[in-house]
Ligand binder design. Structure first.
Ligand SMILES: C[S@@+](CC[C@H](N)C(=O)[O-])C[C@H]1O[C@@H](n2cnc3c(N)ncnc32)[C@H](O)[C@@H]1O
Length: 249
């Protein structure tokens, strides 16, 4: 059986809340320019990391826990592209020396990690004066136990309220923290996803139907996820939002 990210990795889709607009805001707050070395945590299918390089000219290293995701991301690179690289890596245990990046970006990743390990790792690898930019699922108000349990079971996600995200950053030593919390809007999200994935959108669905029709394990896993999506706890969207958090080392 494929887990939540396994299903996505096979067809090459990943996303973060707020789409391209949220990424652009993070880049601005992190003051990224073409001389910066940027570490993109949980780079998934690579689309956002490549966009970050294209929009700013900075050097990007994307890491992801899943080898399948890294392979998908590498396939998206043009052979002439030297400013972006993708390798396997774990946010909770980064294989880089202290003070080695100007900026660390995590878009819908840190909520899937043990934050007491990953956030100190982001701080450690950042240069003094460097920025951490997070876009992470944020509870708009305290969620019911059913909603929290659903996210953990179906996606492995442990989201936090804005207050908790801010404390995690402050306690790790980040300063001058800027934040903005948004509600989830299905329509805006679809538009943002389409802007990021563009024509790949059709390839992704093509791969999905091919696997669904021809691979039993994939079909069973996708059916299980669809069942979960149909049984989402009531009032879910009341709590579910995303927060942009930027802090300086
Ligand atoms: C929701 S996807 C977001 C991907 C990408 N940031 C984007 O915006 O499309 C989360 C990604 O985080 C990766 N991931 C989860 N836990 C991780 C960890 N401990 N270290 C590195 N990557 C991780 C998953 O494999 C997945 O590709």
């Amino acid at each position: 059986m494929y887990d939540y990210f396994g299903i996505q990795a096979q067809i090459g889709i990943t996303k973060h809340m707020g789409g391209l607009e949220a990424t652009q805001k993070l880049l601005k707050w992190c003051e990224i320019d073409n001389s910066d070395h940027v570490l993109v945590i949980g780079s998934g299918n690579g689309v956002s990391a490549i966009k970050i390089h294209e929009m700013t000219g900075c050097n990007v290293l994307g890491i992801d826990l899943s080898e399948d995701m890294v392979l998908m991301a590498q396939k998206k690179l043009k052979s002439s592209e030297t400013g972006v690289k993708f390798v396997v890596g774990n946010a909770e245990n980064l294989e880089f020396s202290d003070n080695s990046f100007d900026v660390v970006i995590s878009e819908s990743v840190t909520g899937f990690t043990d934050k007491t390990k990953s956030i100190p790792e982001y701080h450690r690898v950042l240069k003094r004066g460097g920025f951490l930019g997070l876009n992470e699922v944020t509870w708009i108000s305290n969620p019911s136990r059913e909603v929290v349990e659903y996210c953990r079971r179906v996606m492995g996600l442990v989201a936090e309220t804005k207050g908790v995200w801010l404390s995690l950053l402050r306690e790790t030593g980040f300063k001058d923290i800027n934040s903005l919390v948004n509600r989830m809007s299905q329509w805006k999200q679809m538009k943002g996803d389409f802007q990021l994935q563009s024509m790949d959108f059709f390839k992704i669905w093509g791969r999905f139907f091919n696997l669904y029709l021809h691979e039993t394990e994939y079909r069973k896993s996708a059916n299980r996820l669809a069942w979960e999506a149909l049984h989402i706890p009531r009032g879910f969207s009341r709590y579910y939002g995303y927060g942009l958090y930027v802090g300086k080392k």
